[in-house]
Design a protein around this ligand. Sequence first.
Ligand code: ADP
Ligand code: MG
Length: 262
Amino acid sequence: MRVLAVANQKGGVGKTTTAINLGTALAAVGEKVLLIDADPQGNASTGLGISRQQRKTTLYDVLMGETPAKDATVPTALPGFDIIPSDPDLSGVELELGHAPRRSYRLRDALETLRVAGDYTYVLIDCPPSLNLLTVNAMTAADAVFVPLQCEFFALEGLTQLLRTVELVRGSLNPALEIQGVVLTMFDRRNSLSEQVAGDVRAHFGSKVYETVIPRNVRVSEAPSFGKPVLIYDLKCAGSQAYLKLAREVVGRERERRLQAA
Ligand code: ADP
Ligand code: MG
């Protein structure tokens, strides 16, 4: 089981879109995937068409120690792809946990039984757009951070801040935390700034940047309002094909990483 925190403290860079659609694409190529919606806004849950009824137990209950992670999972429309949904209660977790023991390890502890059970090969955590206790829990639970980066002017600046947080978490809570990779999102071929930012990011992060680039594609932005991943909404569109390609690249690189580690 590989746990990836999909993180970037900037809002609107494509975290949720990537969590939903990379998750779907990984399941489509045969992986067993769990998406954890760690944003109180619940965009990942809504985008996957999870009803109010299906949100009776959420990540909130898991972090408060009231429900085992396994019991909070809900199946999505796609076999092999489950979600632990969120709701607005999740925003209270920071206050409610106060100085509770192991407050930063809540998610890690909760995922331990899933790790042992081996039901999932990939767990994607959709992080909120801030570096709060929820994101710290995600990074503490994760094997690696998966960074969506929008091709825009201040992209690199935001990344420096994120990497500092990764260093902090590595230095105290989770020494094994890695950077899984950086994916460029909302890439616009007609915009020279997109090309320029992509070049800068590759110069800076080298092979950590996936070759696959996610194009700006209207079908990708329409899909959530139908409660569907874009791969189910319109499999043939450029966005779906890009997420499928990304999933294959992620799986291929992960195999290589394991071979090297063995
Ligand atoms: P975050 O979770 O980082 O805040 P989102 O995934 O919610 O970002 O994306 C922000 C907005 O951009 C959403 O409205 C989403 O539909 C849109 N969006 C994301 N990726 C794409 C894309 N590849 N093409 C077009 N729109 C996109
Ligand atoms: Mg989001």
